[in-house]
Design a protein around this ligand. Structure first.
Ligand code: BGP
Length: 469
């Protein structure tokens, strides 16, 4: 749709940036922290691990000061459960509470809104040993952890994110990490875990509303609209299949309190539907988010399934992610979009399309909690000329402005990432930050912080509240 006049970004728009604890903090076994599943996964030998990462645990003050200089209005970070409750439940670690209290207060001191992810892939390993998310007791453990967070930080945090990318965890478990010597769970086990995560999320959203009168809480999912490869009706059905199974099945449950009917049929037909106890339906129906948080990187293009093994293919540049499902959908190429060096589709119009779809479906304001381009940034004479990142973000912000003009209610934009951090599969060779962290894969150097060109560009965008993009 063409408009005569575009709407501006709303007053109070949360111009932010994101990180997650295990990818940025380091200090993986310090001050009482216990190992998480991430710490215990197999790690590719050729890339940096998470032990030191960007050392944000020790340098958060310097980093938040830089965020303030950039003009950030919000900082989205995650709290490591393993620092708060090293045994998963029970004894609280005062050093963990003190650390995050300080991070939150440091943000507040600089008038930066802390946006807190409660769970970003890093289950305490001790809980994994007891069955992890396959064990219903993990639901109670998560509620106990959440109670601790609301109790300690509820008066200083308004925006809470329950679980990061539950859909990635369930649909592509290998993308998060591979258990040492172990194998990935079956689909049946994964959908049971998914059900437990849904119950944990519902209870925590309800608890947040009870304990934090000003708190706002929502799920953070990886959402993307799907294109049909052609106008063949079977391609349209396949694109719808995958959009439902990948996106709406994960967002409908927290918002509507019930599973998507097509997704439920799919799970039942394949014998992978979870065991749902009578009181579960009440739990799911008894909670509602205040907003939808959404990570957006790419769109996908989908063709009809051929009904055989050729439906499956590895995602370009990422053997950990298998696309396609026999009898459901097949991944196809799209000649109208470009790709990053790592094979991720670049599609700003797809961003607008996805924002429209999410808003139309849920009627809740949207907070973008990730968006960005991974690239092998080069430090040259003390500078990083990441014009490709500026182009990427400018185009996505222009698309967002169109979505705002379309009527989508936006809360903010927190791209990935505030500063360089460990990419799950490509270490420091694939960088996302506005701030360069001077370290190599294995040589930590001085971990000096260097402002990239995108830092200055984003600062200007924020200062003008997105006018003149
Ligand atoms: C999202 C995750 C982030 C981050 C990002 C980039 O799915 O929520 O934690 O890792 O993807 O991914 P990568 O580092 O693999 O390029």
């Amino acid at each position: 749709m063409l408009y005569k006049k575009l709407k501006g970004f709303p007053e109070g728009f949360l111009w932010g940036a994101s990180t997650s604890a295990y990818q940025v903090e380091g200090a993986w076994d310090e001050d009482g922290k216990s190992p998480s599943i991430i710490d215990m996964y197999e790690h590719p030998k050729e890339y940096a691990d998470f032990k030191t990462a960007s050392d944000h645990y020790h340098r958060y003050k310097e980093d938040i000061e830089l965020f303030a200089e950039m003009g950030l209005k919000a900082y989205r970070f995650s709290i490591a459960w393993t620092r708060i409750l090293p045994n998963g439940t029970g004894e609280v670690n005062p050093a963990g509470i003190a650390h995050y209290r300080d991070v939150i207060l440091e943000c507040r001191r600089h008038a930066i809104e802390p946006v807190v992810t409660m769970y970003h892939f890093d289950l305490p390993y001790c809980l994994e040993e007891k069955g992890g998310w396959g064990n219903r007791e993990t639901i109670d453990a998560f509620v106990e952890y959440a109670r601790m967070l609301f109790d300690n930080f509820g008066s200083d945090v308004t925006y809470w994110l329950t679980i990061n990318e539950q859909n990635t965890m369930i649909l592509h478990p290998g993308a998060i990490g591979l258990p040492k010597g172990g194998s990935l769970p079956s689909k049946k086990e994964l959908y049971q875990q998914n059900h437990h995560l849904m119950l944990a999320q519902a209870r925590v959203m309800k608890l947040c509303h009870e304990m934090c009168p000003h708190g706002k809480i929502g799920p953070a999912l990886n959402l993307t609209a799907m294109y049909a490869q052609s106008c063949h009706p079977q391609d349209a059905i396949a694109a719808h299949n995958w959009e439902v199974l990948r996106c709406w099945n994960f967002a409908d449950v927290p918002v509507f309190g019930t599973y998507h009917s097509l997704a439920w049929q799919y799970m039942q037909d394949r014998g992978i539907a979870p065991d749902v106890r009578p009181q579960d339906c009440e739990t799911l129906a008894g909670a509602r988010p205040d907003f939808i948080a959404m990570n957006y990187y790419s769109t996908a293009t989908i063709a009809a399934s051929r009904g055989d093994a050729s439906d499956l293919s590895a995602r370009a540049g990422d053997q950990q992610i298998m696309l396609g499902e026999q009898g459901v959908y097949r991944a196809a190429e799209n000649s109208f979009v470009s790709k990053t060096k790592y094979g991720w589709v670049i599609d700003p119009s797809g961003f607008r399309y996805t924002l429209r779809k999410v808003y139309e479906r849920y009627h809740l304001p949207i907070l973008v909690t990730e968006n960005g381009i991974g690239a092998p940034d080069v430090l040259e004479d003390g500078a990083v000329h990441d014009d490709y990142r500026i182009d990427f973000m400018r185009q996505h912000l222009q698309a967002m402005q169109l979505a705002i003009t379309d009527g989508v209610r936006m809360l903010g934009y927190c791209p990935w990432a505030a500063l360089d951090l460990v990419s799950t599969h490509q270490g420091y060779q694939k960088r996302y930050g506005f701030i360069y962290v001077d370290r190599d894969e294995f040589d930590l150097k001085k971990l000096e912080r260097i402002k990239k060109d995108s830092f200055f560009w984003y600062k200007d965008v924020i200062a003008k509240n997105g006018a003149y993009l």
